[in-house]
Design a protein around this ligand. Structure first.
Ligand SMILES: [Zn+2]
Ligand SMILES: [Zn+2]
Ligand SMILES: [Zn+2]
Length: 427
């Protein structure tokens, strides 16, 4: 059995809001530097992207493909938006099947729109799932809990959303604002594997693989991936790790104003009729509060096959924090990043698998920061309303306790404005 780190959600250069650098050869090279062994192509039923894939990929065997320089394996897949604006992910076993899916949905919406991030189809979740299933593909909801486009934003259960096709669901994608602990407070989710994916719109290693899954497979292949995702084997777990951002970093984690990002508790938002005290903007319910509404089992209970979830940041962002640099693009951050990647082969090796002592040979301070992440010594000022959260790395348990007290108000996920002003003043 081999273990591959897989990122199964990204977009190609022809979709709206995506970097022009998002092409297969660039993705393959950056995946190699990141340490990803398997990548989903994204957008495979987009006309131009399908042509690009045909030109740049070679079929390996068993429904996986390789770029011409054989740097990374690719699985064919993409994302669509259905008639309720819900996003779904799908994977297919061949370019031929991708062409067939394209034909099937051709008259049902905008397929090749350069302004859209993904095809908008005038069909519901069940119908789309049926199309994919009939072609031998697999499907599941994308960023399931996010407001607007996550399945749980519209439905209270997967059965309600997918109808009879819910039995054929292969996975649930968590999205950047949720993790295993949160998602498993819903009993229904205990029947499915979780995918943690980047949803990258640019190919650089602080985007691709910012979330990934470690998957055990005999050989990379479409059937092997399907088996791994659908396996419930407690002993021989096939997904051995989910890794990604702490959900508090996600931009829709807390309930918050979409204009000024002031954060509110769900009760306050309800009382305010979802209008911000500070600017009268719209308050959007956060993933945390949506999951609390739906949760029907206590936190900390997981099915036996569930792997651990490792909270991480891209290496460049950890270096930026360690150096106190303004961005990940400074010369210092970039050259340090290259040093780590060259020494340990790729980014994930450095981030997840190399001892702190070895990491310290490159840079003690960065090594300490990585170790703090692995030990969970990180506090997060949570995100909300479309604004990302912010991590604060602590050197020790003591420092973490001290900062928890110092920053209690900011860490709470409710802004000062909503605490200071009495709600009555504005109602
Ligand atoms: Zn999406
Ligand atoms: Zn996406
Ligand atoms: Zn506001």
């Amino acid at each position: 059995m081999k273990e591959l780190d897989a990122d199964l959600h990204c977009h190609g250069r022809y979709a709206g809001g995506v970097s022009r650098n998002m092409e297969i050869p660039v993705l393959a090279e950056q995946s190699r530097l990141k340490g990803l062994g398997l990548l989903a192509t994204g957008d495979i039923i987009h006309g131009e992207w399908l042509l690009h894939a045909k030109r740049t990929l070679e079929e390996e065997s068993n429904g996986v493909y390789r770029d011409r320089e054989a740097k990374c394996h690719f699985i064919l897949g993409g994302e669509i938006e259905d008639d309720k604006r819900i996003h779904h992910l799908y994977y297919l076993p061949s370019l031929e099947k991708a062409g067939e899916l394209r034909e099937k949905v051709k008259g049902l919406g905008a397929l090749d729109c350069s302004m859209c991030g993904r095809p908008k189809l005038r069909i519901n979740a069940e119908k789309f799932a049926e199309f994919v299933h009939d072609l031998g593909g697999i499907f599941g909801p994308a960023h399931s809990f996010t407001p607007y486009t996550g399945i749980y934003a519209h439905f209270d259960s997967l059965k309600e959303a997918y109808g009879k096709m819910h039995e054929h669901l292969s996975f649930i994608e968590l999205g950047l604002s949720a993790d295993t602990n949160m998602a498993d407070t819903m009993k229904e989710n205990h029947s499915y594997s979780f995918l943690s994916s980047s949803d990258a719109h640019s190919p650089w290693p602080n985007r691709i693989g910012r979330e990934f899954n470690r998957i055990k497979m005999k050989e990379p292949g479409f059937k092997a991936l399907k088996l791994a995702l659908e396996s419930r084997d407690e002993e021989g777990k096939t997904i051995t790790l989910n890794a990604g951002l702490n959900p508090r970093e996600g931009k829709y984690h807390c309930t918050a104003c979409e204009s000024c990002f002031a954060k509110y508790s769900a009760e306050q938002a309800e009382q305010l009729k979802w209008k911000c005290l500070k600017c009268r903007g719209n308050i959007k319910r956060g993933v945390r509060d949506r999951i609390t509404m739906l949760s029907d089992t206590e936190e900390g209970k997981h099915p036996g096959f569930r792997p651990p979830y490792l909270h991480l940041l891209p290496l460049a962002e950890i270096i930026q924090l360690a150096e106190g640099a303004k961005s990940t693009n400074t010369k210092k951050v970039q050259s340090k990043w290259i040093e780590f990647v060259e020494k340990f082969g790729n980014e994930i090796n450095a981030l997840v698998d190399t001892d702190e002592a070895e990491l310290a040979e490159v840079d003690t301070n960065v090594a300490k920061h990585i170790a703090s992440f692995r030990k969970g010594l990180v506090l997060y000022i949570p995100g909300g309303g479309g604004n990302y959260g912010k991590p604060i790395i602590c050197a020790s348990e003591e420092e973490m306790e001290r900062k928890k007290k110092e920053l209690a108000a900011e860490l709470s996920g409710v802004s000062e404005i909503s605490n200071q002003k009495t709600l009555g003043q504005f109602l």
